[in-house]
Ligand binder design. Sequence first.
Ligand SMILES: Cc1ncc(COP(=O)(O)O)c(C=O)c1O
Length: 365
Amino acid sequence: MILFLDLDKQFFPIRKEINKKINEVISSKAFIQGPYVAELEKKFSRLHGCQWAAGCSSGTSALLLSLEASGIQKGDEVITTPLTFIATVEAVCQLGARPVFADIDPDTYVMDTDQIESRISKKTRAIIPVHLFGNPVRMDDITALARKYNLKVIEDCAQAHLSSYNGRPVGSFGDTGAFSFYPGKNLGAYGDAGMVVTNSQDLAARIKKLLDHGRSRKYYHDILGFNHRMDGLQAGILLVKLQYLKEWTKQRQSHARYYNGLLKDVPGIKLPKVQEKGSHVYHLYVIRVKDRPRVMDHLKKKGIQTLIHYPVPLHLQPALGFLGYQKGDFPNAELAAERVLSLPLYPELKRSEIEFICQELHQCV
Ligand SMILES: Cc1ncc(COP(=O)(O)O)c(C=O)c1O
């Protein structure tokens, strides 16, 4: 059986270090925020070319805090992609703002930046580029548009730890970068956690206040905030794992190259395309096939787990029906949703397992 993701294989080799750190955090009683969160903020933000960071309770919180601190409010419009996890637009809707979609590039699956300008209206206040699957968006285009129209940029980096564009880390282009440490992410906690990175001290200070009940000190509240704080235990665990992130990322990239080599001559399989000038960190290795149900079924019978990211683009989700979009509005995202297939890919995956998966794919496409 080849699991889609096997977190046991990541845990066993570092079990001792993790357990030691958990004991350390519990003994210190730094359960909520505190020194472990501060250390993680410092180390993680530097890795992404940012001076400031705010640890928080999830990637969804990181997006919400970024938008709120950037002043996004009721009636504003925020442009993003229809092919992403729903959290990207939930954050927009939570503030009473309206998501506006621009279609994806059919080869890289991230936002096609050429489709953004025509969607900009008088109400547009921000763009959320999503570095989907670990592949970066063309950030030079986004930055130019933001400058021209005076828009905020919130990068959704939930799937893109250590990814870069033009040699510069994602998260450092926008006003903020929002990361998720959901357990299955390239850097995953043992529960929910997230982080905002930024080069604006003001934004960082505002976000830190918002995520902790708007307080300046205990029982003194300057603004209305909420509880989006990060747990010390998650920060401790992430600090241990952070030491391995570069190595794990290299392994992901090497597995992707191995898949590419073995699948390159298979008619009927479209391989993932890396963004030009970008570094793809392969949170997901996504191929495209015509008859996806048959391929998935064949692989399942052979004990190979696969997943679909994502089966329904956001503009066709019932939860977002109120936006008034229809089938046909974003043909590239719709075609991707019909045909994409994510294959197992994690650092501990064996070459022999990749060979077996590819051999079975040769049989069934
Ligand atoms: C693209 C994207 N954005 C946002 C999120 C939200 O992150 P979280 O699950 O940590 O709230 C996720 C993760 O699931 C994601 O994949």
